[in-house]
Write a protein that binds this ligand. Structure first.
Ligand code: TYD
Length: 321
């Protein structure tokens, strides 16, 4: 946003829980058009103080986002993703913002069989505590539009990948563990399908929705890149020249969605959005980024991450952890 719109004043609000990392934004921290506020979006008073400065547009990226954590600890997901969204909506309503964009996920649509794609009309049937909490937030956003006339959009994107992704998510998890010659946990048969999108293509879609999205509309975002988890893991191993023997089939995730696939027709036709990155080159660039930034992810893999990793993979991987 700072590159595309150098005159915008941006306030970055984050409560800096385990995945938040100010180091990621070092390159802009001294820019006079940028401020950072360590604020929890469930803290209504703190949020009110922020809005009092004058805010035109809200983009709500704030979320607990990892499905496996939501299975271990659902409460914090409801707090941040539902209650936090409601607090932001109340402030947006009180101070009269011109646009509230809710960054959501395709996971609110549940799971697909072998055919078909998620459209904006697909019913919401979330299967995990994470996706249920995101669906709850989305429904509140919709309701604030219907009830109070708040100018909103909701975006629902497929799985993101790219630099700076926290190493609990599949792609950075596999890259970092493979580089350390650790066992690579494959849930179930490894044939679950995700639809992958390079993070900057997601950003360009959100930028378009902020400026051109029709009020009250939902936009699905995806680049037609469906891949099985096995394909992803094998691609990474090949690129890193590591043996497939590292792949370890482990107990499946509870309620594991089989397939996600986005129909992006609406955003492409209505707003002219087009992804710039092809999966084959995007994944190579991402692997290279993790190779070049080993220090970044090594530092993150201490403390809280170790505790989570033991809880999540200890029983599944046993000695090979
Ligand atoms: P993830 O990155 O957690 O994203 P999401 O669940 O939101 O789609 O997982 C992507 C896929 O990879 C999903 O099918 C679960 C699978 N997976 C594994 O097989 N092993 C792992 O250790 C992780 C984290 C995910």
């Amino acid at each position: 946003m700072m590159q595309q719109h150098p005159n915008y004043q941006i306030i970055n609000v984050d409560s800096l829980t385990y995945a938040g990392n100010l180091e990621n934004l070092k390159s802009i921290e001294n820019n006079p058009n940028y401020t950072f506020s360590k604020t929890d979006i469930t803290d209504a008073q703190a949020v009110d103080t922020l809005f009092r400065q004058g805010v035109d547009v809200v983009v709500n990226f704030a979320a607990e986002s990892h499905v496996d954590r939501s299975i271990l600890e659902p409460e914090v997901f409801v707090k941040t993703n539902v209650l936090g969204t409601q607090v932001l909506l109340d402030a947006a309503k009180k101070y009269g913002v011109t646009k509230f964009v809710q960054v959501s996920t395709d996971e609110v649509y549940g799971t697909l069989g072998e055919t078909g794609l998620f459209t904006e009309e697909t019913p919401l049937t979330p299967n995990s505590p994470y996706s249920a909490s995101k669906a709850g937030g989305d429904l509140l956003v919709r309701a604030y539009h219907e009830t109070f006339g708040l100018p909103i959009n909701i975006t629902r994107c497929s799985n993101n990948y790219g630099p700076y992704q926290f190493p609990e998510k599949l792609i950075p998890l596999i890259i970092s563990r493979a580089l350390s010659d650790q066992a690579l946990p494959i849930y179930g048969d490894g044939l679950n399908i995700r639809d992958w999108l390079y993070v900057e293509d997601h950003c360009s879609a959100i930028d378009l929705v902020i400026h051109q999205g029709r009020i009250g509309e939902v936009y699905n975002i995806g680049g037609n890149n469906e891949r099985t988890n096995l394909h992803i893991v094998k691609t990474i191993l090949q690129e890193l020249n590591k043996p497939e023997a590292l792949m370890t089939y482990v107990k499946d995730r509870l309620g594991h969605d089989r397939r996600y696939g986005i129909d992006p027709t609406k955003i492409t036709q209505e707003l002219g959005w087009k992804p710039k990155h092809h999966f084959e080159t995007g994944i190579k660039e991402t692997i290279q980024w993790y190779l070049n930034n080993k220090e970044w992810w090594s530092r993150i893999q201490s403390g809280e991450y170790q505790d989570y990793s033991t809880k999540q993979y200890g029983d599944r991987l046993g000695d090979s952890l």
